[in-house]
Design a protein around this ligand. Sequence first.
Ligand code: ATP
Ligand code: PRP
Length: 222
Amino acid sequence: MLTLALSKGRIFEDTLPMLARAGITVSGDPESTRKLILPTNRPDVRVVLVRASDVPTYVRYGGADIGVAGLDVLREYIAGSGSDGLYLPVDLGIARCRLSVAVRHDFDYAGQVKQGARLRVATKYLHMAREHFATKGVHVDLVKLYGSMELAPLTGLADAIVDLVSTGGTLKANGLVEVEHIMDISARLIVNQAALKTRTALLKPLIDQLREAAQTPEETAA
Ligand SMILES: Nc1ncnc2c1ncn2[C@@H]1O[C@H](COP(=O)(O)OP(=O)(O)OP(=O)(O)O)[C@@H](O)[C@H]1O
Ligand SMILES: O=P(O)(O)OC[C@H]1O[C@H](OP(=O)(O)OP(=O)(O)O)[C@H](O)[C@@H]1O
């Protein structure tokens, strides 16, 4: 049995069509079932539903053989725990967004940075934010949040946020503007290296099929 770890929401929804192109259909809808293990049309493949930030942990420790996680989640995980035991063979090109710095529209970010001001920055992405501001030579105090980052500059909790941006709709709705683009993000396939060695016959074709599915024009144009 191969176990594939996915998170509910956009990763699950965006991975489904790729699995379908690889001949795998998942039974059950994560939004309407409380079940955490979903069978597929293939008796040798099942899906487990985990928190997005738990996907690397499941794959690393063998709770799943393979998983899908955003590059944001992966970078944070690897910065904290290393990449031993993980193999990242495919950029699936789904769940595309970018990691950015944003501030209130009336906050003079460039001016503050030029003056060498110390900024308070709220984010879920402590490692990537620390690295970004260190590279730029900007002095920051980081405040860890778990969600709704956009609220922090509006309430005086922080001067800036580091968060994911896709359409820019959430920033706009909250009177924030993007002032720095840190990196492009998309979802990656993560594979347990030991499983790849011991169960090559099952895993390798699936990885190859997903790689092929990821390269179709619909996906790359997204
Ligand atoms: N607005 C967006 N547009 C496109 N992709 C996104 C967007 N927001 C997040 N993503 C990508 O999708 C992944 C999963 O996001 P999702 O919102 O489903 O989980 P989460 O709420 O961040 O995770 P958790 O439940 O662990 O807090 C993110 O890690 C990121 O790579
Ligand atoms: O630029 P946009 O298209 O508006 O997308 C950006 C938003 O998407 C993500 O949140 P999500 O919708 O995943 O909610 P979450 O905070 O519950 O993760 C991200 O944290 C932003 O808030």
